[in-house]
Design a protein. Structure first.
Length: 364
């Protein structure tokens, strides 16, 4: 049902909901982001995934803003092209996408797919020392894709996609350089049901300011010699005080002041004793950091997807590490906000930030 028709009949109390299954065959390459990781790429990666898709054109004002987002969940199997070092991967993920272009039988969409993955071959100092990408079997899975769909009938469609996929354990165990893939896929989908749903009258605040105070906790591994793990993990904490301007109902521009403590920075590996020890004559403010971070947050109902970048304004320990990134999700249940983000430097994860905070919307 065309979105323009729905807008013109906004007083109607029913809209159409579509459910479908989708199957795709994938192939691509491992994309090393360090020169010494090139050994991991031997053959093409190959696999398949199956997705359940849910599309609602009129459930609420958020759906109308996005023109009917496509969401659901799926499973994926991949042979990673290097049986000796990487093996296979299984993933379970949720997905959410928005329409970039929709014309008659043609649809171009952009989507994200966060989830969890199991990778069969991981780093081992004796038997698999060249796999510096993955050291845990269980990892974070994240895919970003652009897709094209052609409708061949009312209930059937053909799909082509380009995707970037990333596996990482969030620095819970070293080495953790992460594994990236560039993939293309071909597939088909079938819509198996339509039903009527009551249109929700959700208000969409426009052009308001938000403020928040969030405290997070995470855990990171520590290094022994080279890139090897010491086997000792440390707690990390961030306190973030921020504000954002909601320039539309589905987007915010924000900035935050972050107080950051990574207790792994207070320790070093003693090669004489083969043990990790506190750095002598180092005090709290020697490894305490303050950062200024800003970026964008994409909103859908109570969920926000963050892409922020920051710089350290106080960083006594490692002045060369002057910047950081923060990506992830927030769930708003005013006045509370739940936080799950990844703090990283470039391609290197530092730790996952699990947090809880207060959130206030300042209406004009």
């Amino acid at each position: 049902m065309p979105c323009i028709w729905i807008v013109l009949t906004a007083f109607s109390v029913y809209g159409q909901v579509k459910h479908s299954f989708e199957a795709n065959a994938l192939t691509g390459i491992v994309a090393p982001h360090y020169n010494d990781m090139a050994v991991l790429r031997k053959q093409a990666v190959k696999g398949l995934n199956v997705r359940y898709n849910y599309v609602s054109d009129t459930c609420n004002v958020f759906d109308r803003k996005y023109g009917g987002p496509i969401m659901g969940f799926g499973v994926e199997y991949m042979h990673l092209g290097n049986n000796e070092m990487l093996g296979e991967a299984w993933a379970f993920f949720g997905h959410w996408g928005m329409r970039a272009l929709s014309r008659k039988n043609h649809l171009i969409a952009v989507s994200i797919a966060p989830g969890i993955a199991y990778v069969s071959k991981v780093y081992d100092a004796q038997t698999n020392s060249q796999n510096t990408a993955i050291s845990n079997h269980y990892n974070i899975y994240f895919a970003l894709s652009t897709s094209y769909r052609y409708s061949i009938s009312q209930n059937q469609g053909l799909n082509a996609k380009f995707s970037i996929t990333h596996y990482s354990n969030g620095a819970t165990k070293y080495p953790n350089r992460g594994l990236n893939q560039l993939n293309i896929s071909l597939g088909a989908d079938y819509s198996f049901a339509k039903k009527k749903s009551i249109v929700s009258q959700v208000s969409l605040p426009e052009r308001v300011f938000d403020t928040w105070l969030i405290a997070t906790i995470g855990k990171t591994d520590s290094y022994a010699v080279g890139i090897q793990s010491s086997g000792v993990s440390f707690l990390c904490n961030t306190i973030s005080l921020g504000a954002a301007y909601r320039y539309t109902g589905i987007g915010k521009l924000g900035i935050s002041l972050d107080a950051i403590i990574n207790r792994a920075d207070h320790h070093y590996w003693d090669v004489n004793w083969n043990v990790i020890l506190p750095v002598p004559d180092q005090y709290f403010f020697d490894y305490f950091r303050v950062g200024l971070c800003g970026g964008h947050e994409l909103l859908y109902k109570r969920v926000g997807f963050l892409t922020y970048a920051g710089v350290y304004v106080y960083n006594k320990l490692r002045p060369s590490d002057w910047s950081y990134l923060r990506t992830g999700f927030r769930y708003y249940l005013s006045p509370l906000v739940l936080n799950l983000t990844l703090k990283s430097v470039g391609f290197k994860a530092q730790y996952l930030e699990f947090g809880l905070g207060l959130h206030i919307t300042h209406k004009k």
